[in-house]
Write a protein that binds this ligand. Structure first.
Ligand code: FAD
Length: 399
């Protein structure tokens, strides 16, 4: 019984959400194959920020991915009864210079003119939401709709719900090779077994290009190393999802993008070009922060100078952090496409081949909806125009 209608490779937020939505809407025989554990990739290692500024008056793909995902997380927590530690806590971004303030004001006015939710708030207002935040900032952006959830619990909830609806899940089994047969079906060779499927969904995050090589396809997705650190459990001190505007301001003048590098990295050619920052306090009391995004391939180690730089930056926002010790630091690999946009839908070079990846640095918050779109394309075999921006056919080598 190794024949399936749909096989999904990768049990991160993208693959699990695709499996959940497929099994909710069909009676197809579906299997997920994961080389390690469920949520062992970026989906279990991230900061748990969920970004949304609302759908606005004329929603684009980014609005549907972010806001749609927020609603899906909410429904898992409240309607389906999974405690994924979801909270619509809102989010505060610290503005640290006059130039950043001018930039942030322009951005916020533009968002508001499109019916989205963001506002510039004063120190007094910021301190009434985050009592420990520094009063030395030039201002703060408040995003009332943004939220947070536990990455492992949330990613696993999608897998469990897919399983409840009939999806088979194989863990600790690595797909080594994929080949296509003349009738358009696929043979999947793992380290343990052989499987066949009518439709194949690749949801392998930063590892996507490795797998596509067996199909003679060059997927323009590169692994970008992100890293984070955490404190021991502490009493509640930070209540919202925290970020800072420095990186957005810097990327506005130098996006870092060229033929080998995706946009919005913190380092280029080994040199730091900006400081990025995100973090929050978990339900268990641990304070977690991170920020760096480096194009260093699958270099599996933490760069402690980057962790130190991030902790100093967090201390500028929250002076009490200077007294806090780092308990743990870790890294994870984010799937960045070379143009910075997701890849969701059909791969034109093969019939019945689909992808949901390239979710970059915000794939936890966008993954539930990206998986839902992927499931819809698999079921309908149709690419809706809302997915134009994420259409894999924009890359010549995939046609
Ligand atoms: C440090 C860090 C912080 C981040 N913070 C945030 C944040 O706060 N908010 C946010 O929205 N996003 C954040 N992100 C980004 C987010 O985590 C990713 O965009 C998202 O998790 C990608 O999901 P995915 O399912 O595409 O990939 P993954 O979660 O990486 O899943 C891919 C899976 O495929 C499996 N796989 C790969 N190859 C094979 C194979 N050959 N056979 C079988 N299985 C295979 C892997 O083991 C893995 O489990 C962060 C990322 C990092 C690293």
């Amino acid at each position: 019984m190794n024949d399936f209608d749909v096989i999904i490779i990768g049990a991160g937020i993208a693959g699990n959400s695709a499996a959940f939505h497929l099994s909710e809407k069909s009676d197809l025989r579906i299997m997920i194959i994961e080389k390690n554990d469920i949520s062992s990739g970026a989906s279990g290692l991230n900061a748990g920020h969920i970004s949304s500024t609302g759908l606005g008056d004329d929603p684009n793909l980014q609005a549907y991915l972010t806001h749609g995902s927020l609603e899906i997380f909410k429904s898992f927590q409240i309607d389906r009864g999974y405690d994924i530690e979801f909270r619509q806590s809102g989010s505060i971004a610290a503005i640290q210079s006059e130039e950043q303030y001018d930039y942030a004001l322009k951005e916020v006015l533009e968002l508001r003119s499109k019916g989205k939710y963001a506002e510039i708030i004063s120190t007094k207002e910021a301190k009434s939401i985050e009592p420990e935040i520094s009063d030395k900032m030039h201002g703060y952006i408040y995003y009332p709709l943004r939220g947070q959830a536990d990455p492992i619990k949330a990613t696993t909830a999608f897998a469990l719900e897919a399983q409840n609806l009939g999806t088979y899940i194989k863990v600790n089994e690595s797909v080594n090779e994929v080949s296509s047969k003349s009738d358009g079906t696929f043979v999947i060779k793992t380290n343990e077994d052989l499987y066949t499927c009518n439709k194949l969904v690749i949801a392998t995050g930063a590892w996507t290009n490795n797998l596509f090589k067996s199909l003679d396809l060059d997927i323009p997705i590169v692994p970008i190393r992100g890293q984070m650190w955490s404190s021991k459990s502490l009493p509640p001190n930070i209540f919202t999802a925290i970020s800072a505007t420095q990186s957005q301001y810097d990327w506005n003048t130098d996006s870092t993008s060229d033929k080998n590098n995706p946009p919005e990295l913190t380092h280029k050619d080994g040199k730091r070009i900006t400081r990025h920052l995100y973090g929050r306090q978990r339900k268990n009391g641990e304070i977690i922060f991170g920020g760096d995004r480096e194009n260093v391939g699958f270099t599996e180690k933490v760069d402690f100078s980057g962790v130190e730089s991030n902790k100093n930056h967090v201390t500028e926002l929250f002076p009490f952090i200077s007294q806090i010790e780092i308990e743990k630091a870790w890294f994870g690999f984010m799937p960045f496409s070379i143009d910075g946009k997701p890849l969701i839908g059909k791969i034109p070079a093969y019939n019945n081949l689909f992808i949901v990846s390239g979710l970059a640095s915000s794939g936890f918050g966008r993954g539930p909806m990206a998986g839902k779109y992927a499931a819809e394309v698999v079921l309908s075999d149709y690419m809706p125009s809302i997915l134009n921006e994420a259409d894999p056919s924009r890359f010549d080598q995939l046609n």
